[in-house]
Design a protein around this ligand. Structure first.
Ligand code: ATP
Ligand code: MG
Length: 454
């Protein structure tokens, strides 16, 4: 029994694809089941829109859950467990501010409320639940181990007050369990056998088991694996949120985003993303940056076999073939849909007197390595079986706008270039570069957003 536990505070990204591959994949491999769990414990940040988006993207990735659970389905249970912890002297209501708590953590000093009587904490917790306090005035804390070198053992907050309306429980509660308190409890009561998470949770293992030991309930196995980081992008949801909410991209599904929806719009397929994460392996190695081009390479390997080819000219130069005859025009040429698998079909191409080639395939002043079309060097037109040589270069404002060429018949070996005929359809082509200029935008000096590739 495993679970995939996204927090519905954004759309899922390719890092989640790695986690999904493990959560869904491992249970499938072992004949088990995988829950989809929405950790919806912070109504200030979470939205139903994200839940729907995540479900759609998980399915698109080709994964399926056994059942969906929401942490909010268990708010009652979590609350009853909290009462039990207070009664056993293992939790207390604390009135320290956030800053006082972090100072205490640094100095290993206890909260002045740590040893208040059980009855008092029970009453105060009830007041928290009834809406008596402002958000910063009270929390429920676990009586862990303030002397521990592990900061997560410093009396974690189990409940805090939030007055936002929750997407599912609406205004029923104004106290919400924290991730740390609820995650392990839900793992336990849903009988998760293997709770898989990323390495940054490793030092929370101790507190995870502390809660389950304190409640005397079943303890799953916890395994950590390394996070996926890709070059030229950011992966943390907090940063992706900053890009979306700051209108620095056109939304979560902007094709430059590393989100599943963004990658989909960019043209990536689910199978390529899955093959990519599969190839990463699942280790505990210190996180390295995986080059973005590795993802592109896996995608192009797949497209090589699945996407039929067509010629397209992005930045055209017009070519007029001066000695073109009607007879040449009648000569419709055939091109292979898959050059490496020629039995998979052909397409017809119409050779016309006027054609277009890519500006890149012509040089007025070539360097010695350039082997395509120049004023002295002829080229062949791929699939059309003719060779052309330049007879006149027509320019406007110093820019080459047209080449007049001549069909030639000789045996000189030439390079073949792609071309399109005059009657080809006009298409819209969207070209994307990396979202960030640097491989690791977080390591550049100043604000990481300044590294955005405008
Ligand atoms: P983020 O830092 O992006 O907000 P998160 O851990 O808060 O990530 P969640 O939605 O809570 O995001 O995570 C759901 C699951 O996906 C968790 O098990 C988490 O460990 C995993 N996950 C998140 N980011 C990555 C990543 N970059 N690589 C691998 N797994 C990840
Ligand atoms: Mg999280």
């Amino acid at each position: 029994m495993t679970r995939f536990p996204p927090e519905p505070n954004g759309w899922i990204h390719i890092g989640h694809a790695k986690a999904m591959f493990l959560d869904f994949g491992l249970s499938e491999m072992k004949g088990g089941k995988c829950y989809m769990r929405f950790d919806d414990t912070n109504p200030a940040k979470e939205k139903d829109e994200f839940i729907e988006g995540i479900k759609k993207d998980v399915h698109w990735m080709g994964f399926d859950w056994w059942k969906i659970t929401h942490t909010s389905d268990y708010f009652d249970t979590l609350y009853q467990f909290a009462i039990r912890l207070i009664k056993e002297g293992l939790a207390y209501v604390c009135h320290q501010t956030k800053q006082e708590i972090s100072e205490g953590r640094e100095k290993h000093t206890p909260s002045p409320w740590r040893d208040r009587p059980v009855e008092e904490s029970l009453r105060e917790f009830e007041l928290m639940k009834c809406g008596y306090y402002a958000p910063s005035e009270a929390t429920l804390r676990l009586k862990m181990d303030i002397t521990s070198p592990n900061p997560n053992m410093y009396d974690q907050v189990a409940y805090r007050i939030i007055y936002n309306t929750h997407p599912r429980t609406h205004d029923q509660w104004c106290i919400y369990p924290t991730y740390d308190y609820s995650h392990c409890v839900i793992d336990s009561i849903k009988h998760i056998t293997h709770s898989l998470c990323t390495l940054e949770f490793e030092n929370r293992r101790e507190s995870y088991y502390w809660v389950l030991d304190a409640l005397k309930i079943y303890k799953p196995v916890v395994w950590e694996f390394s996070r996926l980081n890709l070059t030229h992008t950011v992966m943390s949801k907090r940063r992706l949120q900053a890009l979306v909410f700051g209108h620095l991209v056109d939304g979560w599904d902007d094709p430059r985003m590393p989100t599943v929806a963004g990658l989909r719009r960019r043209g990536f397929t689910a199978s390529a993303i899955r093959n990519f994460v599969k190839g990463l392996g699942f280790t505990r190695n210190v996180t390295t940056m995986i080059p973005y081009h590795r993802l592109e390479f896996i995608q192009s390997q797949e497209l090589d076999e699945t996407a039929s080819r067509a010629f397209c000219v992005l930045d055209p130069i017009k070519i007029t073939i001066s000695n073109f005859s009607e007879a040449d025009g009648a000569d419709i040429t055939t091109a292979f849909l898959f050059p490496k698998a020629q039995d998979k079909g052909i397409r017809k191409m119409n050779l016309t007197k006027v054609i277009y080639i890519d500006r890149d395939d012509f040089r007025e002043i070539p360097d010695t390595k350039f082997q395509r079309l120049t004023k002295t060097n002829p080229v062949g037109l791929k699939y059309a079986n003719i060779k052309i040589k330049v007879t006149q270069v027509i320019k406007k404002d110093d820019v080459v706008v047209e080449l007049v060429c001549e069909k030639i018949n000789d045996d000189t070996p030439v390079k073949f270039i792609h071309w399109v005929s005059e009657d080809s359809p006009v298409v819209e082509v969207r070209l994307y570069e990396h979202l960030f200029k640097s491989e690791d935008p977080m390591s550049v000096e100043g604000d990481w957003r300044d590294d955005l590739n405008e």
